[in-house]
Design a binder for this molecule. Structure first.
Ligand SMILES: [Zn+2]
Length: 219
């Protein structure tokens, strides 16, 4: 891990927006168990020891009429960071929302609310990644064309929050953008707030390393 990122992750420990819920009584999987399953899958991915779970015909048929994903992943659209692959997951495991820069807008939020309220997902992960093009664009001067502008505007507050800090601006902004997403979800007082208050939901931020394949929690 580069020093700048390490510094950012340490600094995030000071004012973490992450909300850790207690175990969910009666749930099929607790948030802690869901997070452990994600990280175990990522370890297999990093080691090149994928098991491709839950990808059989029987699994497909068992899910035809219902789903109970154990985690929601809000990740970047980047072609190098497909959640099902980097977490070695299968059908019915992950409820994935992907948008460039893992931006939280109303549509993404509504998708996440649906998964939490109606599918019972105990864990939401905001997953940023190294060398994110959308975050990089938000660190550069000028205004991008067409609707890319909307993405950049959504990420700009994260860039502004780390301007002048030691280390690499893009690396710092990627972590700050994850932190911003976690905060936006954690302060959404409707469905997500209710589940947080009832200790049925954990929201966590993470960063994917393009070089190693490893996912690290951004606390
Ligand atoms: Zn990206």
């Amino acid at each position: 891990m580069r020093l700048s990122v390490r510094l950012m992750l340490v600094s995030l420990l000071v004012a973490s927006p992450v909300v850790r819920a207690a175990d969910q009584p009666g749930a099929k999987m607790t948030a802690d168990a869901a997070l452990a399953r994600l990280m175990d899958g990522n370890k297999r991915f990093v080691a090149g020891q994928l098991t491709h779970p839950d990808q059989t015909r029987q699994r497909r048929e068992s899910l035809a009429k219902s789903q109970t994903p154990f985690a929601v992943i809000l990740s970047c659209s980047d072609s190098r960071v497909p959640p099902e692959i980097v977490f070695d997951a299968g059908l019915g495991n992950l409820f994935v929302v992907r948008v460039a820069g893992n931006v939280v807008d109303d549509v993404a939020l509504g998708s996440i609310e649906y998964a939490v309220e109606h599918l019972g997902a105990p864990l939401v992960m905001v997953l940023g990644h190294e060398r994110c093009g959308a975050v990089t664009a938000a660190t550069q001067p000028g205004e991008p064309e067409a609707h890319i502008k909307s993405l950049v505007q959504a990420i700009k507050p994260a860039v502004d929050a780390v301007k002048g800090q030691p280390g690499d601006l893009v690396d710092n902004a990627i972590a700050a953008n994850v932190r911003l997403g976690v905060k936006q979800l954690g302060t959404s007082r409707e469905i997500l707030g209710k589940h947080l208050d009832e200790h049925k939901l954990t929201i966590v931020g993470a960063r994917y390393d393009l070089d190693t394949g490893a996912v690290e929690i951004v606390q």
